[in-house]
Design a protein around this ligand. Structure first.
Ligand SMILES: *[C@@H]1O[C@H](CO)[C@@H](O)[C@H](O)[C@H]1NC(C)=O
Ligand SMILES: *[C@@H]1O[C@H](CO)[C@@H](O)[C@H](O)[C@H]1NC(C)=O
Ligand SMILES: *[C@@H]1O[C@H](CO)[C@@H](O)[C@H](O)[C@H]1NC(C)=O
Ligand SMILES: *[C@@H]1O[C@H](CO)[C@@H](O)[C@H](O)[C@H]1NC(C)=O
Ligand SMILES: *[C@@H]1O[C@H](CO)[C@@H](O)[C@H](O)[C@H]1NC(C)=O
Ligand SMILES: *[C@@H]1O[C@H](CO)[C@@H](O)[C@H](O)[C@H]1NC(C)=O
Ligand SMILES: [Zn+2]
Length: 521
């Protein structure tokens, strides 16, 4: 039987030189062509160049099976897909996900994008720190909570300080009081869509969170415990390394004395070193000194000068400079251009490694959005968020050429209202095209996320293909070390520690899910 070619004529486009040919093809040719395109895409996606060994491939299959089940349950049967809804609502559901349970136990390497005021769980702050003596609280004239340590609290009418101990006793139910306090400080609400209508609404609450937490943890004796607790919580979540965007705002004493900036660096260093001596498997913690993008130019210049002053003597912990604070209404990088270029005008020029937040916005072409261009021109070492990057084809090219990693913070972008359904996050395009990426958590304590596991889960489930397996997660972990601010010697040490844990994780996971060659559980 002969069929006319026309009936089976699928257009096949072939580019030979400058000529485009349209040819006929059979069904099998069509299928081959389709597969060729799929394979090409497959070969460029994030993680595809990693070769997994036999054991890793078994775990990868387990992961993919679990991932598919979760996806298909939603795609076919319409169940709720956790990454598609606000984290405040999905948080409790995620715990039962098998994918999440595997990710939780996985050594994830480093969290390269975090902020000093939101790395230690609120639960610990309330149940531990607010129980210490000399802790006071008040509600100011706007009804906003403030907390602080004092020997004698200031007397004023707009905020009447009371000892937390007394308020807690008066409440008659310490447990309930603590629960409410956690709830009141955190930005978590039951109805995020109606409580926070705009980005600014949620940032307003977010700034109140920082105010309370800063009042607590900047008391010198608390600072050390706070940071140690953060390191412990990250390590318990199987994160071995942290980079913190840290301001040098001073630590204080009970009598109101404020210390200088160097004292804070010293406190960071001592605390981290203490932790390392008792936790030899931990890789470490480095700081990216940060100025605030609402401050005057002269303040940012001062910050840069102090960075230059300290970078020599504190090079063991301080590794770069950034500007922080809500990018939308804040000053763009270009506003501080003279100050940011200052180090390069010195004789001899001084190199300040920048780690700029850039493109954490939905406003295309605005000055915030253009921070991405400035960041690249200012030779940023990494880009924080880069949420708007997929709208900038030219910047994307430069980033790939220069191998500038993007720090993707899925949950932060969702709860701070840049995107609702994480499958629509711009980083999906970056994963698909193999960009240099790391995943981090930004301010996990502010919204009750685990130090890194929840964000890894979101990136894996919502931003990578249904058939993308363990190679994605392994690549993220490796990138978090390779793209860190560690020196090359430190990176080698770090990789050794991480590889050892990775091997243990593989063995332990196989033991948990495979019996006699069969996948169980
Ligand atoms: C959809 O639900 C049906 C009935 O509960 C179940 O048998 C089936 O396995 C589900 N399909 C998916 C893809 O989850
Ligand atoms: C929490 O906020 C509610 C509502 O503003 C208030 O009634 C309650 O006293 C607060 N509780 C604590 C412990 O802050
Ligand atoms: C508070 O945390 C410290 C460690 O930072 C710990 O030694 C202490 O036992 C904790 N106290 C309470 C009441 O949990
Ligand atoms: C305040 O307290 C600190 C630490 O206890 C002490 O070193 C300092 O001398 C005190 N300053 C004043 C003015 O009392
Ligand atoms: C760096 O440390 C050395 C030795 O402790 C000290 O002499 C020097 O003043 C310090 N430099 C700065 C800029 O603090
Ligand atoms: C960025 O790097 C390029 C190439 O190394 C150099 O020419 C340029 O001066 C640098 N720009 C800044 C602002 O340091
Ligand atoms: Zn950030």
């Amino acid at each position: 039987m002969t069929r006319s070619c026309a009936k089976w004529c699928f257009p096949l486009l072939m580019l030979t030189g400058l000529f485009i040919h349209v040819a006929c093809m059979s069904i099998s040719e069509y299928a081959a062509e389709k597969q060729r395109i799929i394979n090409l895409e497959e070969s460029v996606r994030f993680g595809s160049s990693l070769v997994l060994d036999k054991q890793e491939r078994m775990i990868s299959d387990i992961l993919i099976t679990a991932k598919r089940a979760e996806i298909e349950a939603s795609r076919v049967n319409g169940t709720v897909f956790s990454p598609a809804i606000n984290f405040f609502k999905s948080r409790n559901r995620i715990g039962s996900s098998k994918v999440f349970q595997i990710i939780k136990r996985m050594p994830k390497g480093g969290a390269l994008h975090t902020h000093g005021s939101a790395i230690t769980s609120l639960d610990w702050l309330v149940r531990n720190v607010t129980y210490r003596s000399n802790c006071y609280m008040c509600y100011d004239k706007y009804g906003h909570l403030q907390m602080h340590f004092y020997d004698t609290p200031p007397k004023n009418s707009y905020c009447q300080w009371e000892s937390v101990k007394h308020v807690r006793e008066r409440s008659g139910n310490a447990h309930l009081f603590d629960q409410q306090l956690i709830r009141n400080i955190s930005i978590i609400v039951d109805d995020p869509d109606s409580t926070y209508v705009t980005v600014n609404d949620v940032w307003h609450k977010f700034s109140l969170y920082f105010k309370v937490v800063n009042g607590l943890y900047r008391y010198t004796p608390i600072f050390k415990d706070y940071l140690q607790q953060a390191l412990r919580e990250f390590e318990e979540d199987n994160v071995q390394y942290i980079e913190i965007r840290a301001t040098l705002s001073p630590l204080y004493e009970l009598n109101g004395t404020k210390h200088d900036q160097e004292h804070k660096l010293q406190a960071y260093r001592d605390t981290i070193n203490d932790y390392m001596t008792t936790h030899p498997d931990f890789i470490g913690c480095k700081l990216i000194q940060s100025g605030i993008r609402f401050y005057k130019k002269v303040d940012i210049l001062d910050d840069i000068k102090s960075y230059i002053k300290y970078q020599q003597n504190y090079s063991d912990i301080v590794r770069g400079f950034d500007l922080i604070g809500q990018e939308g209404p804040g000053n763009p990088l270009s506003y501080y251009l003279d100050d940011l270029l200052y180090p390069s005008t010195l004789n001899p020029p001084v190199s300040v490694p920048y780690f700029f937040h850039a493109g954490e916005t939905d406003w295309e072409g605005s000055q915030v959005d253009l921070n991405l261009v400035d960041a690249v021109l200012l030779n940023t070492t990494r880009i924080g968020h880069g949420f708007a990057l997929h709208k900038h084809p030219r910047v994307m090219k430069m980033i790939k050429q220069k191998d500038i990693p993007i720090e993707v913070n899925p949950i932060s972008n969702q709860v701070l209202k840049l995107v609702e359904d994480l499958r629509n996050h711009g980083a999906v395009a970056l994963f698909a095209d193999g960009y240099p990426l790391v995943v981090s958590s930004d301010d996990p304590a502010a919204w009750g996320a685990l130090p890194l596991s929840h964000d890894f889960y979101m990136a894996y489930m919502a931003m990578t293909r249904e058939d993308a397996g363990l190679e994605v997660l392994k690549q993220l972990a490796i990138n978090s070390i390779q793209y860190s601010a560690m020196t090359s010697d430190e990176k080698m040490e770090a990789m050794k520690k991480w590889e050892k844990m990775w091997t243990e994780f593989i063995i332990e996971t196989l033991r948990r899910y495979v019996r006699g060659g069969q996948v169980i559980g």
